[in-house]
Design a binder for this molecule. Structure first.
Ligand code: PXP
Length: 247
Protein backbone atom coordinates (compact mmCIF):
# COMPACT_ATOMS: atom_id res chain seq x y z
CA UNK A 1 0.00 0.00 0.00
CA UNK A 2 1.24 3.50 -0.83
CA UNK A 3 1.51 5.45 2.42
CA UNK A 4 -0.91 8.31 3.06
CA UNK A 5 0.44 11.50 1.52
CA UNK A 6 0.01 14.37 3.94
CA UNK A 7 -1.32 17.72 2.80
CA UNK A 8 0.13 20.74 4.59
CA UNK A 9 -1.71 23.99 4.04
CA UNK A 10 0.36 27.15 3.85
CA UNK A 11 -1.60 30.09 5.32
CA UNK A 12 0.96 32.82 4.51
CA UNK A 13 -1.20 34.54 1.94
CA UNK A 14 -4.19 34.85 4.23
CA UNK A 15 -1.80 37.03 6.23
CA UNK A 16 -0.77 38.86 3.04
CA UNK A 17 -4.36 40.02 2.59
CA UNK A 18 -4.67 40.92 6.27
CA UNK A 19 -1.48 42.97 6.18
CA UNK A 20 -2.64 44.88 3.09
CA UNK A 21 -4.95 46.81 5.43
CA UNK A 22 -3.43 46.15 8.85
CA UNK A 23 -5.67 44.95 11.67
CA UNK A 24 -6.62 41.34 12.20
CA UNK A 25 -8.74 40.23 9.22
CA UNK A 26 -8.55 37.80 7.53
CA UNK A 27 -6.96 35.80 10.32
CA UNK A 28 -4.47 33.06 9.29
CA UNK A 29 -5.30 31.14 12.48
CA UNK A 30 -8.96 30.98 11.47
CA UNK A 31 -7.81 29.74 8.05
CA UNK A 32 -5.71 27.06 9.76
CA UNK A 33 -8.76 25.92 11.77
CA UNK A 34 -10.75 25.66 8.53
CA UNK A 35 -7.88 23.72 6.93
CA UNK A 36 -8.20 21.21 9.77
CA UNK A 37 -11.94 20.96 9.17
CA UNK A 38 -11.18 20.31 5.46
CA UNK A 39 -8.93 17.37 6.35
CA UNK A 40 -5.48 18.97 6.14
CA UNK A 41 -2.71 17.08 7.93
CA UNK A 42 -0.64 20.09 8.90
CA UNK A 43 -0.20 23.84 8.70
CA UNK A 44 2.76 25.60 7.15
CA UNK A 45 3.74 29.21 7.83
CA UNK A 46 6.81 31.19 6.78
CA UNK A 47 7.92 33.95 9.12
CA UNK A 48 9.95 36.05 6.71
CA UNK A 49 12.66 38.41 7.88
CA UNK A 50 10.59 41.40 6.68
CA UNK A 51 7.32 40.03 8.21
CA UNK A 52 5.51 40.72 4.95
CA UNK A 53 2.80 38.14 5.71
CA UNK A 54 3.05 35.95 8.83
CA UNK A 55 4.01 37.97 11.92
CA UNK A 56 5.53 36.78 15.19
CA UNK A 57 2.20 36.62 17.04
CA UNK A 58 0.75 34.31 14.39
CA UNK A 59 3.34 31.64 15.14
CA UNK A 60 2.51 31.45 18.84
CA UNK A 61 -1.20 31.35 18.06
CA UNK A 62 -0.83 28.65 15.39
CA UNK A 63 1.05 26.45 17.87
CA UNK A 64 -1.43 27.05 20.72
CA UNK A 65 -4.78 27.27 18.97
CA UNK A 66 -4.58 24.79 16.09
CA UNK A 67 -4.49 21.07 16.82
CA UNK A 68 -2.39 20.23 13.77
CA UNK A 69 1.40 19.94 13.44
CA UNK A 70 3.00 23.26 12.47
CA UNK A 71 5.71 23.30 9.83
CA UNK A 72 7.63 26.53 10.51
CA UNK A 73 9.40 27.77 7.38
CA UNK A 74 12.46 29.78 8.30
CA UNK A 75 15.61 31.31 6.92
CA UNK A 76 18.90 30.03 8.33
CA UNK A 77 19.41 32.93 10.74
CA UNK A 78 20.02 33.15 14.48
CA UNK A 79 16.79 35.15 14.88
CA UNK A 80 14.69 32.40 13.30
CA UNK A 81 16.43 29.60 15.18
CA UNK A 82 15.63 31.44 18.46
CA UNK A 83 11.95 31.77 17.45
CA UNK A 84 11.78 28.08 16.52
CA UNK A 85 13.36 27.07 19.83
CA UNK A 86 10.87 29.27 21.70
CA UNK A 87 7.74 27.85 20.05
CA UNK A 88 8.96 24.31 19.32
CA UNK A 89 6.86 23.66 16.19
CA UNK A 90 6.52 20.07 15.03
CA UNK A 91 8.82 20.81 12.06
CA UNK A 92 11.13 23.51 10.78
CA UNK A 93 11.77 23.78 7.06
CA UNK A 94 14.90 25.81 6.30
CA UNK A 95 14.44 27.88 3.16
CA UNK A 96 16.67 30.35 1.33
CA UNK A 97 15.45 33.91 1.72
CA UNK A 98 16.23 37.10 -0.13
CA UNK A 99 14.53 40.33 0.83
CA UNK A 100 13.91 41.43 -2.75
CA UNK A 101 12.26 38.19 -3.95
CA UNK A 102 8.48 37.88 -4.28
CA UNK A 103 8.49 34.27 -3.14
CA UNK A 104 11.13 31.63 -2.35
CA UNK A 105 13.09 31.43 -5.58
CA UNK A 106 15.19 28.31 -5.95
CA UNK A 107 16.23 25.87 -3.27
CA UNK A 108 18.61 26.18 -0.37
CA UNK A 109 22.28 25.65 -1.17
CA UNK A 110 22.68 23.00 1.52
CA UNK A 111 26.00 21.89 0.04
CA UNK A 112 27.52 25.39 -0.14
CA UNK A 113 26.28 26.47 3.30
CA UNK A 114 27.34 23.35 5.16
CA UNK A 115 29.29 25.08 7.96
CA UNK A 116 26.52 27.59 8.69
CA UNK A 117 23.72 25.02 8.58
CA UNK A 118 25.29 22.14 10.49
CA UNK A 119 25.04 23.65 14.00
CA UNK A 120 21.55 25.07 13.28
CA UNK A 121 20.21 21.70 12.18
CA UNK A 122 21.73 20.14 15.30
CA UNK A 123 20.18 22.72 17.66
CA UNK A 124 16.74 22.35 16.10
CA UNK A 125 16.95 18.56 16.19
CA UNK A 126 18.14 18.58 19.80
CA UNK A 127 14.97 20.53 20.65
CA UNK A 128 12.87 17.75 19.14
CA UNK A 129 11.98 19.69 15.98
CA UNK A 130 11.85 17.69 12.73
CA UNK A 131 14.17 19.55 10.37
CA UNK A 132 13.64 19.70 6.67
CA UNK A 133 15.63 21.48 3.96
CA UNK A 134 13.89 23.09 0.98
CA UNK A 135 16.17 22.13 -1.91
CA UNK A 136 16.25 21.63 -5.65
CA UNK A 137 15.91 18.07 -6.95
CA UNK A 138 19.68 17.75 -7.19
CA UNK A 139 21.66 14.70 -5.97
CA UNK A 140 24.41 17.00 -4.61
CA UNK A 141 21.90 18.78 -2.37
CA UNK A 142 20.41 15.47 -1.20
CA UNK A 143 23.86 14.24 -0.22
CA UNK A 144 24.40 17.50 1.66
CA UNK A 145 21.11 17.00 3.55
CA UNK A 146 22.37 13.61 4.71
CA UNK A 147 25.69 15.00 5.83
CA UNK A 148 23.91 17.83 7.70
CA UNK A 149 21.78 15.29 9.58
CA UNK A 150 18.44 16.59 8.27
CA UNK A 151 15.87 13.78 8.29
CA UNK A 152 13.59 15.41 5.68
CA UNK A 153 13.94 17.33 2.42
CA UNK A 154 11.26 19.28 0.61
CA UNK A 155 11.82 19.29 -3.16
CA UNK A 156 11.18 22.67 -4.80
CA UNK A 157 8.50 22.20 -7.47
CA UNK A 158 8.51 25.86 -8.58
CA UNK A 159 10.36 25.25 -11.83
CA UNK A 160 8.18 22.25 -12.70
CA UNK A 161 5.08 24.41 -12.15
CA UNK A 162 6.31 27.39 -14.15
CA UNK A 163 7.60 25.77 -17.32
CA UNK A 164 5.69 24.19 -20.20
CA UNK A 165 5.44 20.85 -22.03
CA UNK A 166 8.70 19.06 -22.83
CA UNK A 167 10.73 21.03 -20.32
CA UNK A 168 8.15 20.35 -17.65
CA UNK A 169 8.33 16.64 -18.41
CA UNK A 170 12.12 16.75 -17.97
CA UNK A 171 11.78 18.59 -14.66
CA UNK A 172 9.23 16.02 -13.49
CA UNK A 173 11.71 13.23 -14.23
CA UNK A 174 14.37 15.11 -12.24
CA UNK A 175 11.95 15.32 -9.27
CA UNK A 176 10.98 11.65 -9.59
CA UNK A 177 14.66 10.63 -9.60
CA UNK A 178 15.43 12.81 -6.60
CA UNK A 179 12.48 11.31 -4.71
CA UNK A 180 13.76 7.81 -5.48
CA UNK A 181 17.23 8.82 -4.30
CA UNK A 182 15.72 10.10 -1.03
CA UNK A 183 14.44 6.60 -0.40
CA UNK A 184 17.92 5.15 -0.91
CA UNK A 185 19.51 7.79 1.31
CA UNK A 186 16.95 7.36 4.11
CA UNK A 187 15.53 10.88 3.70
CA UNK A 188 11.81 11.57 4.04
CA UNK A 189 10.72 13.35 0.87
CA UNK A 190 8.25 16.26 0.72
CA UNK A 191 7.47 18.59 -2.19
CA UNK A 192 5.91 21.97 -2.75
CA UNK A 193 5.76 25.41 -4.32
CA UNK A 194 3.46 26.57 -7.09
CA UNK A 195 1.19 23.51 -7.01
CA UNK A 196 -2.39 23.87 -8.26
CA UNK A 197 -5.24 21.62 -9.46
CA UNK A 198 -3.73 21.31 -12.93
CA UNK A 199 -0.14 20.38 -12.00
CA UNK A 200 -0.48 18.54 -8.66
CA UNK A 201 -1.29 15.06 -10.07
CA UNK A 202 2.14 13.93 -11.34
CA UNK A 203 3.88 15.17 -8.18
CA UNK A 204 1.29 13.59 -5.90
CA UNK A 205 1.64 10.30 -7.78
CA UNK A 206 5.33 9.90 -6.81
CA UNK A 207 5.02 7.06 -4.28
CA UNK A 208 7.55 8.16 -1.67
CA UNK A 209 6.61 11.86 -1.61
CA UNK A 210 5.12 11.81 1.86
CA UNK A 211 3.86 15.37 2.09
CA UNK A 212 2.86 18.28 -0.15
CA UNK A 213 2.80 21.85 1.11
CA UNK A 214 0.42 24.08 -0.82
CA UNK A 215 -0.70 27.65 -0.17
CA UNK A 216 -0.94 30.45 -2.69
CA UNK A 217 -3.25 28.74 -5.19
CA UNK A 218 -5.64 27.54 -2.47
CA UNK A 219 -5.91 30.95 -0.82
CA UNK A 220 -6.74 32.42 -4.24
CA UNK A 221 -9.26 29.70 -5.02
CA UNK A 222 -10.90 30.24 -1.62
CA UNK A 223 -12.05 33.67 -2.83
CA UNK A 224 -14.29 31.93 -5.35
CA UNK A 225 -15.36 28.68 -3.69
CA UNK A 226 -14.37 28.99 -0.02
CA UNK A 227 -11.28 27.63 1.75
CA UNK A 228 -12.77 24.28 2.86
CA UNK A 229 -14.06 23.26 -0.62
CA UNK A 230 -10.80 24.42 -2.24
CA UNK A 231 -8.72 22.24 0.11
CA UNK A 232 -11.10 19.28 -0.27
CA UNK A 233 -10.76 19.46 -4.05
CA UNK A 234 -6.95 19.45 -3.75
CA UNK A 235 -7.18 16.42 -1.44
CA UNK A 236 -9.47 14.66 -3.94
CA UNK A 237 -7.02 15.28 -6.81
CA UNK A 238 -4.09 14.01 -4.74
CA UNK A 239 -5.97 10.84 -3.77
CA UNK A 240 -7.05 10.30 -7.38
CA UNK A 241 -3.49 10.68 -8.71
CA UNK A 242 -2.17 8.19 -6.17
CA UNK A 243 -4.96 5.69 -6.81
CA UNK A 244 -4.36 5.84 -10.58
CA UNK A 245 -0.59 5.50 -10.10
CA UNK A 246 -1.12 2.40 -7.96
CA UNK A 247 -3.57 0.67 -10.35
N1 PXP B 1 6.97 24.91 0.53
C1 PXP B 1 7.87 25.90 0.77
C2 PXP B 1 9.17 25.52 1.39
C3 PXP B 1 7.57 27.23 0.48
O1 PXP B 1 8.48 28.20 0.72
C4 PXP B 1 6.30 27.55 -0.05
C5 PXP B 1 5.95 28.98 -0.32
O2 PXP B 1 5.96 29.69 0.87
C6 PXP B 1 5.40 26.50 -0.26
C7 PXP B 1 5.77 25.19 0.01
C8 PXP B 1 4.02 26.76 -0.78
O3 PXP B 1 4.08 27.29 -2.06
P1 PXP B 1 2.78 27.89 -2.73
O4 PXP B 1 2.31 29.00 -1.84
O5 PXP B 1 3.24 28.34 -4.07
O6 PXP B 1 1.77 26.78 -2.80
Amino acid sequence: MTAHQRLGINVDHVATVRNARGGSNPDPVRAALLAKEAGADGITAHLREDRRHIIDGDIGRLVKEVALPLNFEMAATEEMVAIALKHKPHAACIVPEKREERTTEGGLDAAGQHNNLKPMVARLRDAGIRVSLFIEADPRQLAAAVSLGAPVVELHTGRYCEIESAERAAELVRIQKAAALCEQLGLECHAGHGLNYENVGPISAIPNVRELNIGHFLVGEAIFVGFVPAIREMRRLMDLARAVAKS
